[in-house]
Write a protein that binds this ligand. Structure first.
Ligand SMILES: [Zn+2]
Length: 388
């Protein structure tokens, strides 16, 4: 499976200036190629190269870099067309769609630029890279990353990496081809209940409270409203920066939560039972104050992280229908809307058990996960298999 590893470059001021100028130059070139592509009805890469390659070389771009610029532009149009086809940019004839279709794709001066092994080499021991720039080849540019990421890079890095600038910082995004672990037969399932107040609650006792994140988001929202009202260019820039920062923060939290859950499943030899992701998206589209608290994409991302980390660890994940999981008793299976006394408290009308509501729901999900796994397994067993 493909794993993406991001490292932060720690360039000297001179190196930073060269990197900045390089990204600016290649993205200006990409904008120009994009204009040519647009004017010619977005031809295939080969055709596009005929109309742009020589001129790109004349501006001083190396052969590989020129080819990467052309490929990047062609790829951008390919994914734009895929998005248009999928209806992600609105219906045909809609304002939004006309706006995207009526002009060439533009590339920001900081947009990602792909580098192959000829333009970028890695020295893992020294934690440096040697990278092509418009100011010549930079050698010994330091990078920072976790020991884990470094290990992954050393053993599995393969193919192209992207250079990108974010908020004045430079990053390399490398691709690693990591072998997948074989899925183990689970001895039971961990149910994971997702929510606003508690981002994740598991049937084994782990709870990730959302209080801190929710408070942070409320503060950000107030700030955002203020900036939006201002509407100046610098306010807009600040807004974009805030948004990126916020999504980075949610991503960090999701990484931590998913890691905790998958590690526990691995340690205890269990599988993971998750609510169907579409269910999460729908359920999160609740009331307004809650919508403010956490976006549905954050839940979808948490689900993706769990699936991805579990796959790497050989932990099976099943998706179950979450319907009524908050009203059903994990002990006796009784379903009643009145079981849910308050947001936090669950009291079963059938057997009288009292439990934390999220914990109860996570146990219901765990049970459903086991059920789904058993059903899948029996359907794979041949009908004629002898009983022993
Ligand atoms: Zn009960």
């Amino acid at each position: 499976m493909k794993v993406v590893v991001q490292v932060k470059l720690v360039p000297t001021p001179v190196q930073a200036a060269a990197l900045k100028h390089t990204l600016r130059t290649v993205n200006e070139a990409a904008c120009w190629v994009s204009g040519v592509a647009f004017a010619r009805g977005v031809p295939r890469e080969y055709e596009l190269r005929k109309h742009t390659y020589a001129e790109l070389r004349e501006t001083g771009l190396g052969a590989q870099v020129a080819q990467h610029v052309i490929k990047k532009v062609r790829d951008a149009y390919t994914s734009l067309h895929a998005n248009l086809r999928a209806g992600n940019l609105g219906k045909k004839g809609s304002k939004r769609r006309i706006k995207v279709e009526s002009k060439p794709i533009a590339f920001r001066p900081q947009a990602a630029q792909p580098y192959d092994d000829r333009c970028l080499s890695w020295q893992y021991d020294a934690q440096t890279v040697s990278i092509w720039t418009t100011a010549g080849r930079l050698k010994g540019v330091h990078f920072a990353c976790s020991p884990n990421a470094l290990k992954q890079l050393t053993t599995h890095r393969k193919g192209e990496s992207d250079l990108v600038e974010r908020d004045g910082m430079f990053y390399l995004i490398a691709t690693c081809e990591v072998p997948e672990a074989e899925t183990r037969e689970p001895g039971g399932f961990i149910g994971v209940d997702l929510g606003i107040v508690n981002i994740a609650t598991t049937s084994t006792g782990y709870r990730a409270a959302g209080r801190k994140l929710n408070r942070y988001r409320r503060r950000q929202l107030a700030l955002r409203a203020k900036l939006q009202k201002k509407g100046t260019k610098s306010a807009k820039r600040l807004l974009a920066k805030q948004r990126r920062k916020e999504s980075r923060r949610a991503k960090d939290i999701n990484h931590r939560i998913s890691k905790t859950i998958v590690t526990e499943a691995e340690r205890t030899g269990r599988g993971i039972s998750l609510e169907e992701l579409t269910g999460i998206r729908e359920r999160v589209r609740l009331r307004k104050p809650q919508r403010v608290a956490l976006h549905s994409w954050a839940f979808a991302q948490l689900g993706e992280f769990i699936v991805y980390k579990a796959r790497r660890a050989g932990v099976p994940v099943v998706f179950v229908d979450p319907a009524y999981s908050s009203q059903q008793c994990a002990e006796c299976g009784h379903v009643d809307r009145l079981n849910r006394v308050s947001r936090a408290v669950f009291t079963c009308r059938g057997c009288g058990v009292v439990a934390h509501a999220d914990r109860n729901a996570s146990r219901v999900l765990a049970r459903r996960g086991q059920g789904a796994w058993d059903a899948g397994r029996t359907s794979h067993v041949p009908a004629t298999s002898p009983r022993s």
